[in-house]
Write a protein that binds this ligand. Sequence first.
Ligand code: GDP
Length: 455
Amino acid sequence: MFDSLSDRLTGALKDLRGKGKLSDADIDRTAREIRLALLEADVALPVVRGFIAKVKERAKGAEVSAALNPAQQIVKIVNEELVEILGGETRRVRYAKTPPTVIMLAGLQGAGKTTLAGKLGAWLKKNGHTPLLVACDLQRPGAVSQLQIVGERAGVPVFAPHPGTGVGGEGALGTSSDQGPVDVARDGVAEAGARHHDVVVIDTAGRLGVDSEMMGQAAAIRDAVDPDEILFVLDAMIGQDAVGTAQAFADGVGFTGVVLTKLDGDARGGAALSVRQVTGVPIMFASSGEKLEDFDTFHPDRMASRILGMGDVLSLIEQAEQHWDVQEAEAAAAKITQGELTLEDFLEQMLMIRKMGPIGNLLGMLPGAGQMKDALSQVDDKQLDRVQAIIRGMTPAERDNPKIINGSRRLRIANGSGVTVGEVNQLVDRFFEAKKMMAQMSGRMGMPGGNRRNN
Ligand code: GDP
């Protein structure tokens, strides 16, 4: 996500490091490089112009700061202006005072609406809501059953226009198949009210290009159900076309929030950086993969920080909080500081971390991850799979006390887990090294339980 933009921007800013004072020429040169980086990332020209003008103006007028050197001051300005064009404050869903809250999805065909309906359903559910998905894309063959599939995966019921299909898993009546999308939307909202679903997500039809019939249909659905939020779903990979498409939807249907999809496939990211500025509507969610969990609230400040290679530690912490059991983690930490860590604990910790997602994504959120891309690309989930297999191939006694793992045991473990003896040796050796290091660290840092030294 934003890799090349991130590289170019950090490169431009790195040149300033070590300079005691910045001349106007330094600032102009940096501004030029930033401008090129943004244009190359497909950011719309008016947005680039506005951004550069702001950065230059602020950089030249920057007050001397005691805390920051000139280069840091420019980074701070670029960061703040990036946050600004990405929308400033995080925009959250505005729920209706009287449920159900109606959220309508609009966008071109293939933008990722149906997939998003499932993701949004799962996300709402996780946040304590009782959503209902409504299938109003009656244009694209298979769209209704696709929504039913994602709904099932997300564990969220679907209101579909086929007789007998009804509300997924609840045995309710469906609407008749001769109804149009507007009727289905209206019936879906009524159904949600009757069955106490507090949020309704309406999937609508898209076309490959913008056309008036599609806009007319979306506008008719909007008028029939009076949505609390209309989310415009935008494929971030369509590059420069994003701005024109967004404008057409803004004029034809109007929307209150933007969802960017396919950020995983988009190295340029210009859409993200243009759409808010051009339409004035905030980006609310970002989707970065085909799986249900590849989806989150869009935070302008965190995104800016990632683009500038400053990492996204807040999101990492949030993910950890969602997946980690605090008591278990604390118990493990205490064991580590007491030098009592076993391979069983290690395996548990590893499984807990892996619940948070692919390891490459997690490491990518760390500050400086951009600069360490090559090294990070070598850390892959397959390696972790092997480590897991090796530990699983050990007996409980071996996991508890790896010292007993002699030559013949190593051979047995290697054969049992499909790896070489060398790999088993490496894991066991590294485990002992890590254990020793952790014991030393806890001693030095004076952690409770560690063997403190007075130095
Ligand atoms: P719709 O026509 O707007 O309903 O689009 P779909 O939901 O059918 O999505 C079109 C294609 O894009 C499908 O193959 C999805 O799996 C894929 N897709 C959706 N969101 C993402 C995403 O965030 N990342 C990637 N890589 N693919 C996505």
